[in-house]
Design a binder for this molecule. Structure first.
Ligand code: SF4
Length: 362
């Protein structure tokens, strides 16, 4: 896909979550979080493996209890993708998770208790050479900061984050990334813009508690894309009240649209009208489902008639243009002699797309 805008990334340090680099121009990684009960080892491992199939780079798990930490120990041994342990309130759970192989911790230092406990976590992370995310959230700001600002504002989020950043700095711990999330897109964007000027640590960006699939996708896309276009953001998490697989797919779609990082098929399809010569909507949906396993980035256009069909087909890796009873196929911009019978479009296109993906696989 042609890139019309060059994005200059904000300069940042690099950290590693397992083998995944974050910051300093590393590819922007796509994260998600399990929503199974972490104590249910089978279900959690299955969900992580489902997330791996759609390309997740890093998975976060909640560790709300000692039992969950014990399960985490076993889960960690059964999966390949780097895991982040998400800890609130109880610093002992953080220490256990580090001991049990977490590749990174996410903490909100404000709710961990006193500085001594936070410093114990930092020392343990240093010993194991793993990073930490300082995760500040507009829904759980410290009381004194909330009292000062009256409500969660961008300034309040940044002040909270900077308080923790300074403490981490004072302990000579540099392997951390920061997030300042809110469910309000404007608030989150402003907070990230402000924070990006104050520190050089990598930024984990996202719109928290964005909502269900449609609304959450729109909010996340607007917020994350707006920041990425300004070069802000080193790793992303789309937060949806939906199956976490959708978070990864939407995350990649955002990166794909911005030509930042591509994975899988980019379908170009028309909205359809009475000129369509075959059922475009059903065809695209079926092909999307059947071809989810393809990770090679390729553009495929599926257009209902010649009005826009030829132009799109010429720019795509494979392009189909609806015709009466038979449709025309373009491959790498060249019209193919053999047409496809309209009733065979799904089977034939699946075959053609798989061939093309194999050809372009690095
Ligand atoms: Fe209608 Fe053809 Fe346009 Fe598709 S490309 S919306 S079928 S006119």
């Amino acid at each position: 896909m042609k890139q019309y805008k060059t994005i200059v990334r904000r300069k940042s340090n690099r950290i590693y979550v397992g083998n995944v680099p974050i910051g300093d121009n590393a590819p922007i990684s796509v994260q998600s979080m399990t929503n199974t009960n972490t104590e249910d080892i089978l279900e959690t491992v299955k969900q992580i493996s489902d997330l791996e199939k759609v390309g997740v780079d890093i998975v976060r798990l909640s560790i709300p209890s000692l039992k969950a930490a014990e399960s985490f120990k076993i889960i960690k041994k059964k999966v390949n993708v780097p895991l982040i342990a998400d800890i609130h309130f109880d610093y002992r759970l953080a220490l256990k998770s580090i001991k049990y192989g977490a590749n990174c911790l996410r903490i909100n230092p404000g709710n961990i208790g006193n500085k001594k406990r936070v410093s114990e976590i930092i020392n343990a992370a240093k010993d194991k050479n793993i990073p930490i995310r300082i995760g500040v959230n507009s829904g759980s700001l410290e009381k004194d900061i909330l009292n000062k600002y009256g409500s969660p504002t961008p300034e309040a989020l940044v002040e909270s984050a900077m308080k923790h950043v300074e403490y981490f700095d004072s302990l000579n711990f540099n392997a951390f990334k920061v997030s300042v999330k809110s469910s309000n897109v404007f608030l989150a964007v402003k907070a990230y813009q402000m924070l990006s000027k104050k520190i050089t640590q990598p930024l984990h960006i996202g719109i928290t508690e964005a909502g269900a699939l449609r609304n959450g996708t729109v909010k996340s896309s607007i917020g994350i894309a707006y920041l990425l276009l300004q070069g802000i953001g080193d790793t992303i998490r789309v937060s949806l009240s939906a199956n976490p697989i959708e978070e990864v797919k939407v995350g990649y779609d955002i990166l794909k649209v911005l030509s930042i990082r591509s994975r899988g098929i980019n379908f170009i399809a028309c909205p359809t009208c009475s000129r369509q010569e075959f059922d475009v909507i059903n065809t695209v949906n079926e092909l999307e489902n059947k071809l989810e396993d393809i990770s090679t980035p390729i553009d495929i256009s599926i257009i209902g008639c010649i009005v826009n069909g030829i132009g799109e087909a010429k720019m795509a890796s494979l392009g189909l243009i609806g015709g009466c009873k038979k449709s025309t196929l373009y491959k790498d911009g060249i019209r193919q002699k053999n047409k496809i019978k309209n009733e065979e479009i799904i089977t034939k296109m699946e075959m053609q797309i798989r061939k093309q993906a194999k050809k372009y696989k690095n």
